[in-house]
Every structure is written in structure tokens, then in C-alpha cells.
Design a protein around this ligand. Structure first.
Ligand code: ADP
Ligand code: MG
Length: 700
């Protein structure tokens, strides 16, 4: 026998070879419960106190109580519906038990004269005490010493079965310390003690400290979890440090594309832009692949930073790719970058290429050929840019706009595109600022550059909340703007499940506005269903001020840039997410004119707006600071939704809460590098315990 057979690792519930998993095992797996440690880390959502027997006379209405009593009456009645009614007496008082669903075995258990232990919620009705569907056991067995855990479960997995499996997994788990004593989290318990306690707490625990996770046992779990997150991201970062990227030395020549572009720009860079451009240039000059997130509020000028990074890359004789999640956004970038760079590239025998999925094959083939030959020094498009069929001659820099909409798969697809053993440098741009704690936690594997300064000359946007029935006043406002030669956006909401309805709704709004505003005003319509060419035409007409009003669904959400637009109306604003509203609002206030954003909202039948919607509208009215908006958005939505695609595959924090556990996050951030340096084996064991196979996603 091989040596391993002597001590089989009890990783999986026993299973005969050749037999598939049982329904219970399948259900457990669905809950992510495979390894012993997964069970140990699967913590109760609440507890039941079965440690005490109380007297009926001492219970009050609403108490959950456990009593031992003798059955004095038991009968099945059929009116108003079939039910089992049982009376029990514990010497202090009586209580009626009612069961609408019951088995013959239960009826037998509750025969007159039986002594039973009953647990349920006491209701003090006019007919005396009652319990509906209490749990019933034989009386007299030993009372448990600890609270009874209740775990969140799914169909097909009964609570007692899950409880038994968790208990067994916990007992089998090797809970050796992974955190050396000198690093232990302040005030927290050792892991083994913490887990045993959290599954089976002593009955005298202050329940509130379990519920709000402030108990030292919880502190330990949260600290452990945050440390695992930090360690895994640091491991990923260090692993990347071993990869190679083409080192792109800056070219200090007045003829460089970089210099030419700076000269051609109609404005001077802000201090923040200069700083960030320099940070990126330093990264690009290194042989290690850059992994940088560029964040800045809407309108902070990320595009020109991207263009300068591209110029740096092209000056070094390499190719750059820029990707956006939607075609319209990619087209906007393309327009800007072509405007800036194409004339300069043409002088150098180079060009900007355009690649999307909707392109005609002939055009795409031509573009792909110029990418392959290297003539296309810059390639702009949707994720078609990284499709397998596109071969780069010498890609060195990939820029991803709206990174949160790109998942791990796309990031992985970039690998190998630089040719040979080399990885491209990666610059990710985020349209939404990321709250600090979230960035430190979920983005710890990235370097972050922040544009914390808006270009000069912007006038603050006034935001108004207006109820739907005052729509006419809003149309008057539009007239005022138009009379001043300004342009207006009108955004219609997405009606879920029905693009056809969106379209009808947006079309009707366009017609309504066209009629209200008269023949002199051009009112255009932009909808996600339109063919790309038509969208482009409409966008161009609006940009050129041939159209004065643009009605659209959220396709203008990101990136579009028409400085003459000074009013944005968002219809059914209560249906939009907060970041989305902020992005939309950022489309105005780009020029010197005073700008406004009107959020039209429609109360529902009850005359109210839902709580979350109200919080979003309130935030919009109160602040236009993107970082503050992001913080509130996180508060309203929680990290899961906030993180979008980054979260797919990336394990969310289950226990720690970044708003209350910031100090534990600091502790973990500080400890992670020291632990990797001094105790690499413990660090790996720690990550494996917490993340297991899920740590893989970070290798992307
Ligand atoms: P975002 O960060 O939202 O992508 P953009 O790159 O679209 O912002 O820039 C917003 C607007 O500000 C654009 O019209 C851009 O040309 C302009 N802009 C960028 N940088 C500056 C600057 N330093 N001075 C003046 N205008 C600028
Ligand atoms: Mg942008």
C-alpha cells in the first residue's frame, strides 16, 4: 500500500469509488462546503437557546421558550381546517400546541400522558398560551451546554443534517495557528478557540456581540479573512514581479510623439495629470509589467493621460491597445485619439486602427492586417481588440477603460499578446472613484494613480430633484438653455426586460420634445438598438450642434464629451444607480457655461420613492464629489455590486465589513508583507485555508 493510504486526508466526505456524489454532498458543494476547513469556516447565522427549561408561568407573549410538560389533551379537529391540537401542562400552567402539518408519528409522540420537551414561540391569545408548530422531543434527555447554531441552508439540505456535517467538519479540521504569536491580531482569540465558540457559544454570551461581530472570536475571523485577502494579492503582485514586460524607455527628443502631442493639445495638463503621467512613465520604463489603476472623477481628464501613455509606448517603437466595454464609448475614444494622434502618426508612417465585433469582415481584416504589420501603432475598440484572431506585431501596453466591466477572462486574453515570454503593461481606468478602504482591500494587487483635480474653468453643476408632474417646467428650462445657444441631454431609463419598450418610450419622448420645442430645434434619438453607423451619425450631429437636444437611453452613460451641453435631464432618475447618475451628470459642466442636472423622479402608487432610491437622489442633490458619491454608493449597495466584474471569481469578504473593520484592514495590510518575507510557509497555509482554489483568480 502506498504510504498515503495510512492516513487518508479526510478532505472529502467518504464516497465509494465510481459512485457520484449524493444529494446531500451536492447540496453541500453548492454551499461551497467541500474541505473540512470550509465547514469550519461556515458560521451560523443565528442561534437557538436549548440550554434551559423554563416554567410556562414565567413566559411572556413573544418569548421563545423551551418547557417540559405532560400532554393532557390531544385531538385532531377539522374545522376550520385539519389540525392537531394538544394541551400540555408543566405544573405551573398550561399551553396549547397547534400543528397544521403533522405525521402519525408526531401524533403518537404527543399522546395523552407523554412527557415532552417543547420549544417554540409563546403567544398569549385570549384562549390562554399557545405555540404554533413548536419543535417536540422526548423529555428528560441531557440539556446541551452551548447554544444551538442555525446555519443558512438550501433546499434539499435539512438543518439537522447540515448541523451534523458542519460539526464533523469542524472536528476534523486542522486548526493550527498560521499567525505567529508576535503578530497576533490585537484583542482577538486564537482561531481554534474562536471557531469552536462561534459554532457553539456558551449560553451566557452577550448575544449582541455575536450579532454585530464585535466579539473577540469574530474579531479573529475577520482579521484572518482580511489577512488572507491581503496575502493573496501580495502573492499575486510578487508573482507578477517575476514576469517580464518590454521596458519602454522614454524618448527625450523634441520630435517624439509625446512632445508633439503635448504641443498639439489645446490645454495645459493639470498638476494631477502631470503627476499621473509621470507615474505611468516610470512604470513603463521598467521590465516588470505595469498593473496600474487610474482613477479619477468623471471629467477629470483620463483620456489625455491614456493618450500620453500610448504616445510613450509608440515612441519606444511598440504598439498600444485601448479597449472600452461598449462600442459607443470606444468610438468616442477613437474620435478623440484619432483627432489628437492620427495627424502626428501619419507623419511617422503610422496610424490608429479601429476594431469592433460589429465591423464588416473586409474592414476588420484590413484593420487586423495593419495591427499585424505594426503600421497600426494604436488600436482602439471593444474587446474584439483582444480576440484570438488579432495578432499584434509588438504590443507593449494595453489600456482598459471602465475596468470594472472587464472580467478576469479579458485580462487573461491579454496575456501572450505581447509575444514570446513578454507580458504587456496594463493600465486600467476606472470611471468611478473607488472608496479608499475598498481600494486598499480589493485592489491591493494594483498600483493606483488618482486624478484628484479637475481641469480649470469648470463651473459647478446645479442638481435639482423635480417630481414627474412638473415635467412642463423642465421643458421651459430646456427652452431657456436653447435660447442661449446651449445643448441638452435627455436620458430615458432602461426598462428592464424590454428593449422594445425602451425604444418606444424613448421615441415617444423624442416626439414629445420635438413638438414642444418647435421646428427650429433639432431633437435626435440615440438608442442601444440602433445600428452603430446610425448611432455614430447622431452623435456626430449632436457634437456639431446640428442637433440641439439628444434623447437617449443610457448609451451615453460614459465617455461622451460635448462641452456645449449645459443641461441634463434624467427621467425616472429613481431607477438609476448612484454611480450611473453621477456618470451621466458628468456629461454636462464640461464647458464654461453654468450647467444643471434635473433628476425627474416618479413616486410610485403610494406616492413614495423607495428608501434606496431616495438615498441615491439625496446623495446626488447634496454632492458632486465623485469620491463622496462612491462612498455613499458603497454604503447603499455593498461591495458585491459595487465591484462589478472584478468580483467575479474574486472572493468577496464574508465576515469583515470595511466600514467598521478598517483597523483590522490596516493590521492585515501591515502584516502581509512581513509574513510573506519571514514566514512564507505559514502565509501560504493561511491563504490556502481561507481561499483554497479561489486564490487562482488573482494569477490573471
Ligand atoms: P474623463 O476622466 O471623465 O474620461 P475626459 O478625458 O473625457 O474625462 O476629459 C473631460 C474633458 O476635459 C475633455 O473635454 C477633455 O478634453 C478636457 N480636458 C482634459 N484635460 C484637460 C486640461 N488639463 N485642461 C482643460 N481641459 C481638459
Ligand atoms: Mg472617460
Amino acid at each position: 500500500m502506498p504510504a498515503a493510504a495510512k492516513s487518508p486526508p479526510p478532505e472529502m466526505p467518504a464516497q465509494a469509488p465510481g459512485v457520484g456524489p449524493s444529494p446531500v454532498q451536492r447540496a453541500l458543494r453548492k454551499l461551497g462546503l467541500v474541505r473540512d476547513i470550509d465547514f469550519a469556516l461556515y458560521l451560523p447565522m443565528r442561534y437557538e437557546d436549548e440550554t434551559r427549561i423554563v416554567k410556562l408561568a414565567d413566559t411572556r407573549d413573544g418569548d421563545v421558550a423551551q418547557v417540559e410538560a405532560v400532554v393532557t389533551e390531544s385531538e385532531v379537529v377539522f374545522r376550520p381546517r385539519r389540525q392537531l391540537i394538544v394541551t400540555v401542562d408543566d405544573g405551573s400552567d398550561t399551553c396549547q400546541l397547534r400543528f397544521f402539518n403533522f405525521y402519525p408519528s408526531q401524533q403518537k409522540q404527543l399522546a395523552v400522558g407523554a412527557r415532552v420537551r417543547v420549544r417554540g414561540e409563546v403567544r398569549g391569545g385570549f384562549a390562554g398560551r399557545q405555540m404554533m408548530h413548536p419543535s417536540v422531543k422526548a423529555a428528560g434527555t441531557a440539556l446541551p451546554q452551548a447554544l444551538t447554531p442555525v446555519y443558512s441552508t438550501i433546499a434539499g439540505l435539512a438543518q439537522p443534517v447540515l448541523r451534523r456535517e458542519v460539526r464533523a467538519g469542524l472536528a476534523r479540521s486542522v486548526l493550527d495557528e498560521t499567525i505567529p504569536a508576535e503578530f497576533a491580531p490585537p484583542g482577538a482569540w486564537p482561531l481554534r478557540r474562536a471557531l469552536n465558540f462561534l459554532h457553539y457559544p456558551a449560553p451566557d454570551v452577550a448575544m449582541a456581540t455575536l450579532e454585530d461581530h464585535s466579539h473577540p472570536a469574530w474579531q479573529r475571523l475577520k482579521a484572518d479573512e482580511l489577512l488572507a485577502q491581503q496575502l493573496s494579492q501580495l502573492q499575486a503582485r510578487r508573482a507578477r514581479g517575476a514576469q517580464r514586460a518590454p521596458a519602454l524607455s522614454p524618448v527625450a527628443s523634441p520630435d517624439s510623439l509625446d512632445q508633439a502631442l503635448r504641443k498639439a493639445l489645446p490645454f495645459a495638463l493639470t498638476g494631477a495629470q502631470q503627476r499621473v503621467v509621470a507615474e505611468i512613465a516610470r512604470d513603463l520604463a521598467r521590465e516588470v509589467p505595469m498593473h496600474r489603476l487610474l482613477q479619477g472623477d468623471v471629467g477629470s481628464g483620463k483620456t489625455v493621460v491614456a493618450a500620453l501613455a500610448a504616445a510613450h509606448c509608440i515612441d519606444a517603437g511598440r504598439q498600444c491597445a485601448l479597449m472600452a466595454p461598449t462600442e459607443i464609448l470606444a468610438a468616442q475614444h477613437f474620435g478623440k485619439l484619432v483627432g489628437w494622434l492620427d495627424p502626428l502618426l501619419a507623419e511617422r508612417g503610422l496610424r490608429v486602427a479601429w476594431l469592433t465585433g460589429s465591423q464588416k469582415k473586409k474592414e476588420r481584416d484590413a484593420m487586423a492586417a495593419s495591427v499585424e504589420s505594426g503600421e497600426a501603432a494604436l488600436v482602439v475598440g471593444t474587446h474584439a481588440v483582444i480576440s484570438e484572431k488579432v495578432t499584434f506585431r509588438h504590443l507593449a501596453l494595453a489600456i482598459i477603460d471602465e475596468q470594472h466591466r472587464f472580467g478576469v477572462a479579458q485580462r487573461l486574453a491579454l496575456r501572450g499578446k505581447a509575444g514570446g515570454e513578454l507580458e504587456p503593461h496594463l493600465l486600467m481606468m476606472s470611471a468611478t472613484p473607488i472608496p479608499r478602504t475598498l481600494a486598499m482591500s480589493y485592489y491591493a494587487d494594483l498600483d493606483v494613480s488618482t486624478l484628484d483635480e479637475l481641469p480649470p474653468g469648470r463651473t459647478p453643476i446645479v442638481t435639482k430633484l423635480v417630481a414627474e408632474h412638473r415635467r412642463d417646467e423642465v421643458i421651459d428650462r430646456i427652452r431657456v438653455q436653447l435660447a442661449q445657444g446651449r445643448q441638452v441631454y435627455w436620458v430615458c431609463p432602461l426598462i428592464e426586460e424590454s428593449e422594445a419598450m425602451d425604444l418606444r418610450n424613448a421615441t415617444e419622448t423624442r416626439d414629445e420634445l420635438a413638438e414642444a420645442l418647435g421646428d427650429q430645434v433639432g431633437v435626435g434619438l440615440l438608442h442601444s438598438r440602433m445600428p452603430t453607423a446610425d448611432k455614430q451619425t447622431v452623435m456626430e450631429s449632436f457634437t456639431a450642434n446640428r442637433l440641439q437636444v439628444l434623447v437617449s437611453t443610457t448609451v451615453i452613460e460614459v465617455g461622451v464629451d460635448v462641452p456645449n451641453a449645459s443641461l441634463m435631464v434624467i427621467e425616472h432618475a429613481e431607477r438609476f444607480g448612484l454611480s450611473q447618475l453621477h456618470q451621466l451628470r458628468g456629461r454636462v459642466g464640461r464647458g464654461a457655461a453654468a450647467s444643471a442636472c434635473v433628476l425627474l423622479y416618479a413616486p410610485n402608487e403610494g406616492g413614495r420613492v423607495g428608501e434606496a432610491a431616495r438615498a441615491r437622489l439625496k446623495a446626488m442633490a447634496e454632492t458632486s464629489d465623485g469620491f463622496e458619491i462612491a462612498r455613499r454608493d458603497l454604503e447603499i449597495r455593498g461591495p458585491g455590486e459595487f465591484l462589478g466584474a472584478r468580483q467575479s471569481g474574486a472572493p468577496l469578504l464574508r465576515f469583515a465589513d470595511l466600514t467598521t473593520d478598517a483597523f483590522l484592514l490596516d493590521w492585515a495590510r501591515e502584516l502581509a508583507p512581513r509574513m510573506l518575507d519571514r514566514h512564507p510557509a505559514l502565509a501560504s497555509a493561511h491563504v490556502d485555508r481561507w481561499l483554497g482554489s479561489k486564490a487562482e483568480y488573482l494569477k490573471a
